[in-house]
Ligand binder design. Structure first.
Ligand code: GLU
Length: 494
C-alpha cells in the first residue's frame, strides 16, 4: 500500500449566472483525477460576491454539474439526489464559513503575520495619486499600520485585515501543468485578507478553505497564476503545507481571444449544450481533448477518460475551441447510443417542434438508424426526423429553387406512377423499377433523386431515395411527389 495521502481535489466556482465551458474543463480534469485515484472531488461555492451569487446562479452551477454527470463526493446537497453532497468539511458555501475566516485571521494577527489596517479609502487614494504622479504605474499601498502597535487601533472601528507580506526572498512552486514558477517576494504587497463585513477576499478564503478541506491539489485557470505565490505565502504564515498547484491555459475562440459570451458566436454556457442537443459524454470527451492528449485517440467513453487521463499530457499552451471537431465528437457519441436511449432522448426535441411522437413509434424506430448517420446533435436528429411526422412538407427555399423546376416536374410525376404501380413496396423493387425507366432513357439519376428528395423531405440531405420512400410509406410518397410536381410546374423556368 502506498502511504501517499488520499487525493482531494476541488472545483470552486464563483456563480455568475452560467457555468463557463472552460470552467467545466477544469472541473472535469479534477473529477477524472479523483475518480482515477479513488480520491474525493469537492464542490465549493465561492459566493462572496453576494450580488452575483443569487440562489438561481448557484442552482445553474449545480444543474450544469448534474447534467454533465460530474458528481461531487462533498459539497452542496441536492434534494432528491442523496448521493450528491454533504461531507465532513462543510459548509460548502463561503458565505457560511465566516467563523473560520475570523478564526484564521485572529491567529495570523496573534502570530504577527497580519495586522488590522484602519487606513481610510481617502487616505489610500491620496497615497496612490502621489505615487503615480512621481513614478507612474506600480502603486503598492504601504500601510502605516504595518508597524504600529495594535493598541493604537480600535477594532470596533471599520478596518481591514492585511497580510504582512515578506519583503525579501522568492516564493515558487512546481506547477503540474506549467512547470517551475518563481516569484520574488518584493513584488507582493500587504494584500487584504478580510474587510469589516467578515467576508474574505479571494486569496484568503481560498487558502483557508483549501487548507481546512484538506485539498491536496489545486487546479484552476491560469488567470490565477498571479494568486498562487500570495497563497503559498499564506500557507507558510499559517505554518501549513501548501497543496500542489496546476494552472490550465485558457480556452480561446476562433479569433484567438478568450472564449467569452461577448466575443464568440459559439455557446459558452454549459447548459446551452444541453439545450442544443449535445450529449454530456460528448461534451466531456471534447473538453478533455481540448488541452490533453492520449496519442492520437479522439473518441473516449467516460470510463476510458477516467482510466487514461494524466497531468503529463495536459498542454501548457492555450487551446482553440473548434466547433467542427466538437460536432464530430458529438456525432460519434450519438452513434454509440442504443436505439432505446436514442428514441427516448429525441422525443423532447421532437416535442419542441410541435411533434408528439412516442418513443416506441414504429416509424421513429425505423428512421433513427439512417437519420442518425446524418446528424450530430439531437436538434439535428429531430430536424432529420421531422418530415416523417408531418402531413405536409415545408421546402427549404434553396432546395426548392434548385430542384422544383418546371423541367423536372415530369420526372416527379413519372416517379409517382412507378411507385404507385410497383409490384412490391420495398427498396429492391423500387430501385429496379426506377432503373428500368431511367437507364434506357439515359436519364441521369440526379435529375430524379434530388427533386424526389426535396419532394419527400423538403431538403437535400436525407437518407437514400428508396430508404426514404419505404420509411414514408407508399401513400405519403406518392402524394408528396405529386404535390411537388405541381409546385415545380408553377415555378419560374430556369
Ligand atoms: N472562485 C474562483 C474562480 O471561479 C476559484 C479559483 C480557484 O479555483 O482557486 O475563478
Amino acid at each position: 500500500m502506498s502511504d501517499a495521502p488520499k487525493v482531494r481535489v476541488r472545483f470552486a466556482p464563483s456563480p455568475t449566472g452560467y457555468l463557463h465551458i472552460g470552467g467545466v474543463r477544469t472541473a472535469l480534469y479534477c473529477w477524472l483525477y479523483a475518480k482515477q485515484k479513488g480520491g474525493d472531488f469537492i464542490l465549493r461555492i465561492e459566493d462572496t460576491d453576494q450580488e452575483r451569487s443569487t440562489d438561481e446562479a448557484v442552482q445553474v452551477v449545480l444543474d450544469a454539474m448534474q447534467w454533465l454527470g460530474l458528481d461531487w463526493s462533498e459539497g452542496p446537497t441536492v434534494d432528491g439526489a442523496p448521493t450528491l453532497g454533504g461531507g465532513d468539511h462543510g459548509p460548502y458555501f463561503q458565505t457560511q464559513r465566516k467563523h473560520l475566516y475570523a478564526e484564521y485571521a485572529d491567529k495570523l494577527i496573534a502570530d504577527g503575520k497580519a495586522y488590522r489596517c484602519y487606513a481610510s479609502k481617502k487616505e489610500i487614494h491620496e497615497a496612490r495619486q502621489a505615487f503615480e504622479k512621481e513614478h507612474g504605474k506600480g502603486f503598492k499601498f504601504q500601510s502605516p499600520w504595518r508597524d504600529r502597535d495594535a493598541s493604537e487601533g480600535d477594532p470596533s472601528a471599520p478596518h481591514s485585515i492585511r497580510f504582512k507580506a515578506p519583503k525579501t526572498g522568492v516564493t515558487g512552486w512546481v506547477d503540474k501543468v506549467k512547470g517551475r514558477i518563481d516569484v520574488p517576494n518584493d513584488t507582493q504587497q500587504d494584500f487584504i485578507l478580510m474587510r469589516s463585513d467578515g467576508l474574505p477576499l479571494y486569496n484568503f478564503g481560498c487558502v483557508v478553505d483549501d487548507h481546512a478541506m484538506g485539498i491536496t491539489l489545486v487546479v484552476r485557470g491560469d488567470d490565477h497564476v498571479i494568486n498562487t505565490a500570495p497563497q503559498i505565502l499564506l500557507y507558510e504564515a499559517l505554518g501549513a503545507t501548501s497543496p500542489e498547484f496546476g494552472h490550465l491555459p485558457m480556452v480561446l475562440g476562433k479569433n484567438g481571444k478568450k472564449l467569452s459570451k461577448r466575443n464568440t458566436e459559439v455557446a459558452v454556457a454549459a447548459l446551452d449544450y444541453r439545450d442544443l442537443g449535445y450529449l454530456p459524454d460528448a461534451v466531456l470527451n471534447y473538453l478533455a481533448r481540448l488541452g490533453w492528449s492520449h496519442g492520437d485517440q479522439e473518441i473516449f467513453t467516460r470510463d476510458e477518460l477516467i482510466a487514461k487521463f494524466d497531468w503529463e499530457h495536459v498542454g501548457s499552451n492555450a487551446s482553440k475551441y473548434d466547433l467542427k471537431k466538437f460536432l464530430h465528437v458529438q456525432s460519434q457519441h450519438l452513434r454509440m447510443l442504443d436505439e432505446d436511449t436514442l428514441a427516448t432522448m429525441v422525443v423532447p426535441f421532437l416535442k419542441a417542434r410541435g411533434l408528439e411522437v412516442a418513443a416506441d413509434n414504429a416509424t421513429l424506430r425505423a428512421a433513427l438508424g439512417p437519420v442518425k448517420l446524418r446528424a450530430a446533435t439531437f436538434i439535428e436528429l429531430a430536424d432529420g426526423l421531422d418530415y416523417f411526422f408531418r402531413d405536409d412538407v415545408t421546402y427549404e427555399e434553396k432546395a426548392k429553387k434548385k430542384f422544383l423546376k418546371p423541367e423536372l416536374a415530369g420526372n416527379l410525376e413519372k416517379l409517382a406512377e412507378i411507385v404507385e404501380s410497383a409490384s412490391a413496396f420495398d427498396e429492391e423493387t423500387l430501385e429496379r423499377d426506377v432503373l428500368a425507366w431511367t437507364e434506357p432513357a439515359e436519364l441521369k439519376m440526379k435529375f430524379v433523386a434530388q427533386p424526389a428528395r426535396v419532394a419527400m423531405t423538403g431538403r437535400t440531405r436525407s437518407p437514400g431515395l428508396y430508404e426514404t420512400m419505404v420509411l414514408l410509406g407508399r401513400d405519403k410518397t406518392i402524394a408528396r411527389l405529386r404535390a411537388a410536381a405541381e409546385v415545380a410546374k408553377q415555378a419560374e423556368p430556369a
